[in-house]
Design a protein. Sequence first.
Length: 675
Amino acid sequence: MTAITTVCARDCYDSCSLQAIANAAGEIVSLKGDPRHPITQGFACPRGIADLRRLTTGRIAHPYIRAKGGFRRVGWDEALDRTAEHLQSTLDDRGPASALLLDYAGNMGLLSSIFPRRLWSAVGATFTDGGICSRAGAEGIRLHYGDAFGMDPLRLSSRDLAVFWGFNAAVSAPHLWYRVRKARATRGTRIVVVDSRRSETSRRADRFVQPAPGTDVALVYGLVNRLIRSGRADTAFLRNWSEGYEHLRGEAMRWNPDRVAERTGVRPGELAGLADAYAESEQPATLIGIGLQKNNHGGDQARAVSLVPAVLGQHRGFYYSRGAAHPVDLRYLAGTSQADVPPPTVSQVGLAGSMDAGTYGLVFVSCMNPAVTMPNQRIFRRGLERPDLTCIVCDSHWTETARIADIVLPALTYLEKEDLVLPWGHDFLQRSRRVAAPATEGRCETEIMAALSGRLRRTEPWLYEDPWEALRTATLPAVKEGDWDALLAGERIPMVAKPDNVYPTPSGKIELSAAAAPRYGLAALPLAAEQPSTDDRERFVLLNSASRRYTSTQFQEVYGPIPPEVVVNPKDAAGCGVREGDTVVLANRRGRIRLRAKIADSVPEGVLWSPRQCLDLDGKPQNLLTSSRPQAVGNGSRFNATRVNLLPGSAGMREPIDGSNPASDSRVGTGGEPP
Ligand SMILES: Nc1nc2c(c(=O)[nH]1)N[C@H]1C(S)=C(S)[C@@H](COP(=O)(O)OP(=O)(O)OC[C@H]3O[C@@H](n4cnc5c(=O)[nH]c(N)nc54)[C@H](O)[C@@H]3O)O[C@H]1N2
Ligand SMILES: Nc1nc2c(c(=O)[nH]1)N[C@H]1C(S)=C(S)[C@@H](COP(=O)(O)OP(=O)(O)OC[C@H]3O[C@@H](n4cnc5c(=O)[nH]c(N)nc54)[C@H](O)[C@@H]3O)O[C@H]1N2
Ligand code: SF4
Ligand SMILES: [Mo]
């Protein structure tokens, strides 16, 4: 048995180093977590293990072109010729910006995701801002800290308190979670979870605080109020390192425990318990989840929580992402800095409306399954299926998006190609080795891009740069002298990270009151917004979060469909006449879906939970219900602010809801409530 080391390239906090174990014949028989990797710590999650099975199930084996009655299998030359023709005619007839590149993090390898953007930069295509995931929180935190990164997760081991805030780490970041659990076992670290429902993480916590969805800013003010009153605010630190403490203090003083309870549902005793956990800790870690910021004011929620450690006198005492900590030149890698004109960038969350309006003549989808994962699916899909739009999908597997494409280009999985994976959750850069021979006719994205560049007769030399040379140049500032060769040899190397205590804000300090906020139409302090008033037709909040065995829509080939279910509180179930296992309809002005009811008190009254990105009992996407109106900060998503009604039985599929137009969602808003 021999082992080759590769990197799980999933959009995941952990970016694990995996060992592919080969038998005597050189075939890979299993994937295991690398025991030498400080984050991976010797185990892989159910997805990491299953990637081997995914190699041969559900694959797109060949290029295809849509023909009458289905797809016609074609050779690569024909597929590339047709793609290049469509692209050239779109550029000529409708202008470069009407070609859209729609990609995300299906593979976090830089050669699979970022380098191929060079073609799109060169032709002046429209890019999206990637707002669908964590951008609202990142931009929000940046207002106060100048950069959006938080602490190195290795430091979690030395903390005596870990507060997981809107972060279901037991499911979404199994290796960070394991690190904290080890710290609990060895040094008694206490674990606190702040979540609007009882999550897998909260079940194993020492303390659980449950604010109503979207009310965390008020909870933070209540917490800061108590920390200040009990003398726990580090005034010397705040004087030296921050601006705006008096402003924050003034607002916090307006939030006494009763007012906090009224807004959040968190009782004064529970608020005191949370504050005491912080007060008793010498080195707390505050971990901000991505779920926390997918809300009408999600950017403000992440902003608020990020200020707690500053009040306690910590430099970047929160964990959110390490993405911005490493000086890797992604603009160079993507060609946006070499292009004559930087490519126009539009809101990803808000795409449904512009797609539907016929803004684009061609969309090239890669590393993404937007026909399921994008919000406001009725409008988004209507746009994607417009007869005047050519849709080209590059994916390793037959996704819902690939099935409706005009041209399908088969990609290789990370196990079948070489790459360099830049993690966003920790600091270790590692080469991802090819460990298996291609199981399909798939090609690397770099090759596809070069072939298209040639067909378009592009002459920019940077389109034809050797990809590993480009990687070397782009990562140079983050790779220590001599480490590049070690990296090529397959070693993991810790990247150079920016210092924790440097704050590139206008004042050069932590701006508790953010001078840059008004530029986004935001208040200098995080806003404890009133919850939007609703009527009986949309009286539930639908939360959704990541599932253990799937990464977004991936791994259904291995584990079967994401369960089409919805969790309902027993009191709500009784009120609506719903029993365990019943079919129920979730409906709002955008659409309706049918799910199976599970009755449990893990959700409070008025709140529902469903695994994110599932398809319903009829194969319709959950995202028929979600808003494509971007948040004010970072153009972020609002998945966890989805308002729905719950109707028992399938009859609800016919009941009228409200005639308002879901297309109105897609106005690029500057804040306020969704329509
Ligand atoms: N309702 C609801 N919707 C949500 C969310 C939510 O909370 N609720 N969350 C949002 C979030 S946070 C995210 S990140 C998005 C995720 O949305 P997507 O990025 O669309 O999610 P995936 O299903 O992982 O799709 C990634 C695709 O990349 C493909 N892929 C994998 N490797 C490669 C490769 O090497 N090359 C190519 N070309 N393709 C590859 C996979 O096969 C898969 O089809 O969904 C968002 N959608
Ligand atoms: N197993 C697995 N792991 C994954 C992924 C996956 O698909 N599967 N996807 C990866 C990706 S793309 C992402 S973005 C991350 C997401 O992983 P996380 O960052 O953990 O975020 P979520 O799973 O969206 O939600 C976390 C929690 O936020 C809670 N929550 C929602 N709204 C609020 C609120 O207003 N206040 C509070 N306090 N809590 C709230 C939800 O109940 C949920 O338990 O996980 C990554 N890791
Ligand atoms: S999906 Fe995430 S946790 Fe699982 S093996 Fe891959 S990187 Fe590790
Ligand atoms: Mo995400």
